[in-house]
Design a protein around this ligand. Structure first.
Ligand code: ATP
Length: 235
């Protein structure tokens, strides 16, 4: 579903992404780990069509992002660390607005079914988003992804700053979407979340994918060791 083929990005003389290969199947949750500046967000931004690759290809459902930008954007949803919503609109109004941008005109009952699946309490629907917690904003982000029927989710440190309960709720929703065939590429610094939520885990260092692990094949302690060894090496 998501493929990177020798994906490379230079910012001037700086090599931010160095011949990255990824192959993420439908329904798979793939977690990208790596220290600050490893190239995780750059990878996501190229898949989203926000940044052009210097060389190599990013493909979504077989379509190359750089030549099918509109079509690939329609297939994906992006949930950054802080979901950008209109603070003076309610949760439901934000959802109606953003799903409208993708060409959908849902009834209130349909919009409510998305917020319910995303775990947002009904009581919050008609409150202005300016008063929402970070976790509630994330849930609206998930509801937007559901409403646009995204085939793939790109998550950039989505659980950073969430309390354990909210993180856990978030993970449950991603797992449910995964079982429905939605692929997820998630950049995170949360090793425990990667271990528990990811099917596979990639560890990046200085723009390169250095390790790829199946999460059920490693313990949390082994993952931590592998991560520290990888990010402490000089390339
Ligand atoms: N627009 C840009 N212009 C110049 N350099 C950039 C730009 N975006 C990213 N970089 C550089 O590319 C490298 C990779 O950055 P990236 O944001 O992908 O890392 P990251 O793994 O997501 O880090 P973090 O965990 O801090 O979010 C870094 O050295 C960063 O400074």
């Amino acid at each position: 579903m998501l493929q990177a083929e020798q994906l490379t990005k230079r910012f001037g003389a700086h090599l931010a992404l160095d011949h990255l290969d990824l192959d993420i199947r439908s329904g798979e949750v793939y977690c990208l780990l790596g220290s600050n500046g490893a190239g995780k967000s750059t990878t996501i931004n190229i898949f989203l069509g926000f940044l052009p690759a210097t060389s190599g290809r990013a493909l979504i459902d077989g379509l190359e992002v750089s030549v099918n930008n509109h079509a690939t954007r329609n297939m994906v949803a992006y949930i950054p660390e802080v979901v950008n919503l209109y603070p003076t609109l309610t949760g439901l109004e934000n959802l109606a607005f953003f799903s409208g941008l993708s060409g959908y005109a849902y009834s209130r009952a349909e919009l409510r079914s998305f917020t319910q699946t995303a775990g947002l309490q009904d009581a919050a629907l008609d409150q202005r988003v300016g008063g929402y917690s970070k976790g509630m904003r994330q849930k609206v982000g998930i509801a937007i992804a559901l409403a646009k029927q995204a085939k793939a989710l790109f998550l950039d440190e989505p659980t950073s700053g969430l309390d354990p309960h909210a993180s856990n709720e978030f993970a449950q929703v991603i797992t449910r979407l995964s079982s429905q065939g939605v692929s997820t590429l998630m950049a995170t610094h949360d090793l425990l979340m990667a271990k528990n939520l990811g099917h596979r885990i990639g560890i990046m260092h200085q723009g390169r994918l250095q390790q790829e692990l199946h999460s059920e094949a490693v313990s949390y302690a082994e993952l931590t060791d592998c991560y520290l060894t990888t990010v402490n090496q000089s390339v």
